[in-house]
Design a protein around this ligand. Structure first.
Ligand SMILES: Nc1ncnc2c1ncn2[C@@H]1O[C@H](COP(=O)(O)OP(=O)(O)O)[C@@H](O)[C@H]1O
Ligand SMILES: [Mg+2]
Length: 356
C-alpha cells in the first residue's frame, strides 16, 4: 500500500540522522585532532559525519516511513469516518511500530462498530417517534373536532351534546391506553423492565385476568372457558408481566372474535418432569391471514386499523407480549386460520419440575 505522507522529506529521519551524525562527527574530531595531522583531522570527521547522516537517514526511512504513513492515513480516515479495510497487519509484530499500527486497527474496528450501533439506535428512535406522533394525532384531532363542534353550538343541543362528550372521553381513554403501552414498550425495549421471577400458581393469575375481562367479553357476546388446567401448577416467572401477557392475548381474543364466539384457555399436555409447560389462548374469531401472521407482533402493526381503533387498540399489545416472553426466554407461537380462529400459545418454566 503506497501512502503519501504529504512531506517532501521524512523529518523524523532527518532529525535522527542529524543528531547521530553530530555525535559521530564530534567523537571522530576529538580522536583525529590528537592523532592525525591537518587537513585529515578535519576531513575524516566531515566524511564520517556525512556518511553516518546518509546511512542513518536511509535506515530510518526504510524502517519507519511506510508504517508511520499508514498510521497517519488510518487516523486521517477517522476524521472522515472512513475505516481501514485491512483489519489486522499480516505479519507478526516485529517492533513497537507494528504494535501501534495493530492497536490503531483494533481501535478503528471498535469505532466503526460503535458508529453502526449508534446509527441503528438513532434510526430506531426516529421511526419510533414518527409512529408515536402518528398514533397520537388521530385521537387528539378527534377530541379537538368534538370540542369545536360543542363550542360552535352543539353544547346547547340536548340530543348531541352528551354523545359528543362521550366520544371525546373515549378518545381520551385511548390516549391514556396508548401512553401506558408506550411507557411499557419503551422500558421493555431499552431493557429497563427486567423480569423479577418468582414461583406462583398459574391458575390464580389466569382466573384474575378472566374475572377482570368478563364484562368486556359479555359486551361482545363472547364466552370465556377454562380447559383442563391443573390448579396446583406453579410456574417461575414475573407474575405481573405474565398477567399482562394474558390480558393482552385475551383482550385480543375478545376484540377479534364474533358475536357468539368463544375463548378457551388451557395447558397443553405435559408431565411433571417437563422443564416447560405450554399455555394457550384459543379463539373462534376472525383469524389472521398467513401473510400477516409474522407481522402481528411488530409495533403498531394492525391487520385492520379501523377495527383495532374502534375497539380501543393501540397496535402495541402483541409487541409487548413478544418482548415480555423474550426477556423470559420463553417462546410465543401463533397459529391461525382466517375466519375460523387463532391460537396464541407460549411456554412457561415449570416450577414443580421433578428432577432425576
Ligand atoms: N386473536 C386475534 N385474532 C385475530 N387477529 C388478531 C388477534 N390478535 C391480534 N390480532 C391482529 O394483530 C394486530 C396486532 O395486535 P395488537 O398488537 O394486540 O394490537 P391491537 O389489539 O391494539 O390492534 C391486531 O390489530 C389484529 O389485527
Ligand atoms: Mg391488542
Amino acid at each position: 500500500m503506497k501512502m503519501p505522507i504529504n512531506r517532501p522529506y521524512f523529518r523524523l529521519g532527518l532529525r535522527i540522522a542529524a543528531s547521530t551524525s553530530l555525535i559521530v562527527t564530534g567523537i571522530l574530531f576529538l580522536v583525529t585532532i590528537l592523532t592525525v595531522p591537518y587537513p585529515l583531522s578535519i576531513l575524516i570527521p566531515a566524511i564520517g559525519g556525512a556518511a553516518t547522516f546518509i546511512s542513518v537517514y536511509i535506515i530510518t526511512v526504510r524502517l519507519m516511513v511506510n508504517r508511520i504513513a499508514r498510521a497517519v492515513t488510518t487516523l486521517r480516515g477517522f476524521q472522515q469516518k472512513l475505516f481501514d479495510e485491512e483489519k489486522e497487519p499480516a505479519t507478526v509484530p516485529r517492533d513497537e511500530l507494528d504494535d501501534i499500527y495493530s492497536e490503531l486497527l483494533k481501535t478503528s474496528f471498535t469505532i466503526e462498530k460503535e458508529i453502526h450501533r449508534l446509527n441503528r439506535i438513532e434510526n430506531y428512535r426516529k421511526e419510533f417517534i414518527g409512529d408515536i406522533s402518528h398514533e397520537l394525532k388521530t385521537p387528539i384531532f378527534a377530541i379537538q373536532g368534538f370540542i369545536e363542534t360543542l363550542l360552535d353550538g352543539a353544547l346547547e343541543d340536548e340530543t348531541v351534546n352528551r354523545e359528543f362528550l362521550r366520544k371525546a372521553m373515549r378518545n381520551v381513554n385511548r390516549l391514556i391506553g396508548l401512553i401506558r403501552n408506550l411507557m411499557d414498550i419503551s422500558r421493555l425495549e431499552s431493557g429497563d423492565m427486567k423480569p423479577e421471577k418468582q414461583v406462583f400458581l398459574l391458575f390464580d393469575v389466569i382466573q384474575e385476568v378472566i374475572e377482570s375481562l368478563q364484562l368486556k367479553a359479555g359486551q361482545e357476546q363472547v364466552s370465556l372457558h377454562f380447559d383442563d388446567l391443573d390448579r396446583n401448577l406453579k410456574v417461575n416467572a414475573d407474575r405481573n408481566q405474565i398477567r399482562q401477557v394474558f390480558i393482552n392475548l385475551i383482550e385480543n381474543a375478545i376484540k377479534y372474535n364474533r358475536a357468539g364466539g368463544s375463548i378457551h384457555i388451557g395447558l397443553k399436555p405435559f408431565i411433571r418432569s417437563d422443564p416447560k409447560v405450554t399455555v394457550y389462548v384459543r379463539d373462534t374469531g376472525i383469524g389472521i391471514e398467513p401473510r400477516d401472521l409474522r407481522r402481528v407482533t411488530e409495533r403498531f402493526f394492525r391487520v385492520d386499523k379501523s377495527r383495532s381503533r374502534e375497539k380501543g387498540g393501540t397496535g402495541l399489545g402483541l409487541a409487548i407480549v413478544k418482548h415480555i416472553l423474550e426477556s423470559h426466554d420463553e417462546e410465543l407461537t401463533i397459529e391461525s386460520k382466517p375466519r375460523e380462529g387463532s391460537t396464541f400459545s407460549f411456554t412457561l418454566s415449570n416450577a414443580e419440575r421433578v428432577l432425576g
